[in-house]
Design a binder for this molecule. Structure first.
Ligand SMILES: CC(=O)Nc1ccn([C@@H]2O[C@H](CO)[C@@H](O)[C@H]2O)c(=O)n1
Length: 105
């Protein structure tokens, strides 16, 4: 089965240990709905590593990211801002997808 959403492999351990409970995406991945269950795969080979349930999808501008967002990413705010500027350079409209992990694969 193909994943519904993918993550860079370096973030998988934080998701599987429930330390990372949000992801921040652009418009192309803003269509998920609360209650939806998503198969989660690795970005590099698309293999599935867990299932999550979407809690909410909330618009955010990169300049409005807070320490609270960073905590939910298991990062410092500086790290999060750095990651966002690398993955979504120049993007002014992003979306915070909150989730809970349901199982491993
Ligand atoms: C693989 C792929 O298609 N896209 C993305 C996009 C984002 N992210 C992570 O979400 C958080 C905020 O952006 C940070 O932790 C990011 O590293 C990810 O892992 N994979």
């Amino acid at each position: 089965m193909k994943p519904d959403i993918t993550f860079y492999r370096r973030f998988a351990a934080d998701i599987l240990s429930d330390k990372k409970i949000i992801t921040i995406r652009d418009k192309t991945e803003s269509h998920f709905h609360p209650g939806e269950q998503l198969r989660v795969g690795y970005e590099d080979d698309s293999s599935i590593f867990c299932t999550i349930e979407v809690i909410s999808v909330v618009p955010v501008a990169p300049g409005d990211l807070t320490n609270d967002h960073a905590r939910q990413e298991n990062m410092s705010l500086a790290e999060l801002q750095d990651v966002i500027s690398q993955i979504y350079p120049g993007e002014q409209q992003l979306y915070v997808i909150s989730f809970r992990r349901i199982d491993e694969g």
